[in-house]
Design a protein around this ligand. Structure first.
Ligand code: NAD
Length: 249
């Protein structure tokens, strides 16, 4: 049990086939109490209930600072402490540079980047009081290789922003015992691509992956679990690639 007695908050974990849900399941299997934060309260609650009665689900739009603060207050009241924060909520949009409108830019940056800042701001004071913690932020191979997988350039920009934000926070909060790291997945089979990922696109992408398959949500959950656990106690400001070798650098 890598997380026995720990409390973990996971944003974007309501989606049944998503990375957040898989991370929640794996962390619960490893002994953590889980708080799932997602847009819809009913779906967040159902997702938490599917893990067992000791877990909770709350509505929280990560792009809304007040909502993040409210969720942090509720979770810390119920659990008494928070040891792990997994920033996983995210959205994407497959468009080219010249087609990115102002509202697209705002939406993609708000959820993927601003959301990481706001949720971290909401939980860091509790972690400080608690003597430390682990925050794991969701970036993407798209940030490292200049997109070209599925999301548009605004998605790449947001995910690259997450790398800078997380590294800077790691430097700032290391003295408080708070470790902050990122995960950069390649193409993972979830519902984020909707029906826009065609079989031809999928086959083409697999040709460039040394492990010859797309990733599964559980592949990414494993990296989150490692970084959350004490196995990673001297790791902060790091980036772990989970991409099947799609990008080796
Ligand atoms: P998903 O669509 O299955 O899950 C995303 C979850 O985030 C959903 O439950 C959704 O309701 C929630 N969400 C969206 N906006 C939110 C908001 N404002 N506040 C709170 N919750 C919100 O997608 P996924 O593939 O599991 O993606 C999870 C994360 O992994 C995202 O940040 C995504 O960008 C990133 N990622 C995914 C892939 C991939 O190939 N699937 C690759 C690299 C990175």
């Amino acid at each position: 049990m890598l997380l026995k007695g720990k409390a973990a908050v996971i944003s974007g974990a309501a989606s049944p086939r998503g990375i957040g849900r898989s991370t929640a399941t794996l962390m619960a299997e490893q002994g953590a109490r889980i708080a799932i934060l997602d847009l819809d309260e009913g779906q967040a609650r159902d997702a938490a209930a599917s893990l067992g009665p000791e877990h909770i689900g709350l509505a929280c739009n990560v792009a809304d600072l007040d909502a993040c603060k409210k969720a942090a207050a509720e979770v810390t009241e119920v659990f008494g402490k928070v040891d792990v924060l997994c920033n996983i909520a995210g959205i994407t949009q497959p468009v080219k540079t010249l087609d990115i409108g102002p509202a697209d830019w705002d939406r993609i940056l708000d959820v993927n980047l601003r959301g990481v800042l706001y949720l971290s701001q909401a939980f860091i004071p509790h972690m400080r009081e608690n003597g430390g913690g682990s925050i794991i932020c969701m970036s993407s191979v798209s940030a490292q290789r200049g997109g070209g997988i599925f999301g548009g350039p605004h998605y790449s920009a947001a995910k690259a922003g997450v790398l800078g934000l997380a590294k800077a926070m790691a430097r700032e909060f290391g003295p408080d015992g708070i470790r902050i790291n990122c995960v950069t997945p390649g193409l993972i089979q979830t519902d984020i691509t909707g029906d826009k990922l065609t079989d031809a696109m999928r086959a083409d992408i697999i040709k460039g992956i040394p492990l010859s398959r797309l990733g599964d949500a559980r592949d990414v959950a494993g990296a989150y679990l490692f970084l959350a656990s004490d196995l990673a106690s001297y790791i902060t400001g790091a980036v772990i690639d989970v991409n099947g070798g799609m990008l080796i650098h």
